[in-house]
Design a binder for this molecule. Structure first.
Ligand SMILES: [Zn+2]
Length: 257
């Protein structure tokens, strides 16, 4: 099925490619030739809720730029609409949580995919390192449960097994021991009311804390400007210098010329 629709400066061609979920309210669609502000055109593949006849922009759950693999968490700024407001903590009401229906292997694959996507949002590993450090710092660089300071893991608060994704607003930091103890339990079954009341404000501030927008216009300039841009993003000077001047450095940015 191909439909063409427009609105809010957005034009897109939609094609159903199946993949209806159990509850029947979600379908996978391919969106191609999506045209946005500034003549930005990209191909995308995403999940849409509800089979609307028109392309409902705010129902796009996730989009990936096929040319670069970049995950676009919020498409609204692309067409000149204000970004989504921060999601309040506890947004995923307990009643709305659904047990994960897939196998353990599928769950592991989904976990891996979510980690990859979260990281990809920050484009460059040194930028991701900054934001990861920021998130850890919001937990005092300790396991939320026991206070251990080593081998910390970022893990969903509402677990994947209950529909919780590894996305800002739902991430907390645990040591391996506490992570294993929590397993697939829902927060209310594992944490005390006191712990939850301490966690909620941290989670509520997380969307803002982790918000990051990569600007291709800044990147697609000269190598010198790229260096300036990365420095402005907050990457420490010594790392920026290695990124642009030390070809043996792991995160060295190759010269595109
Ligand atoms: Zn712990």
């Amino acid at each position: 099925v191909c439909r063409r629709s427009s609105g809010s400066g957005l034009q897109a061609t939609l094609r159903d490619v199946g993949g209806y979920s159990e509850d029947g309210d979600r379908t996978e669609r391919e969106i191609s030739r999506l045209k946005a502000r500034d003549e930005v055109t990209f191909d995308a593949f995403c999940h849409l809720r509800d089979a609307e006849r028109t392309f409902v922009f705010y129902n796009v759950e996730r989009a990936i730029r096929l040319s670069t693999g970049e995950v676009l968490h919020d498409l609204r700024p692309l067409v000149g609409i204000a970004p989504l407001p921060a999601r309040p903590a506890g947004y995923l009401a307990r009643a709305a949580r659904k047990a994960f229906a897939g196998t353990q292997a599928e769950k592991a694959a989904l976990r891996k995919k979510q980690r990859r996507e979260l990281k990809a949002h920050y484009r460059l590993d040194p930028v991701w390192d900054l934001y990861k450090a920021r998130l850890h710092a919001s937990f005092g660089d300790h396991c939320f449960r026991c206070g251990a300071a080593r081998s910390l893991n970022m893990t969903p608060y509402v677990p994947l097994a209950w529909g919780g994704a590894l996305v800002p607003g739902n991430i907390h930091v645990l040591c391996p021991k506490c992570l294993a103890a929590k397993g697939d339990q829902q927060p209310e079954d594992f944490y005390s009311a006191e712990e939850i009341s301490r966690l909620e404000p941290i989670l509520a501030g997380q969307v803002g804390l982790m918000s990051f927008q990569w600007t291709w216009k800044r990147w697609n300039t000269s190598r010198h400007e790229q260096e300036v841009y990365v420095r402005e993003l907050g990457v420490p000077d010594e790392i920026v210098t290695k990124m642009f001047h030390d070809p043996t450095y792991l995160d060295y940015v190759p010269d595109s010329d």
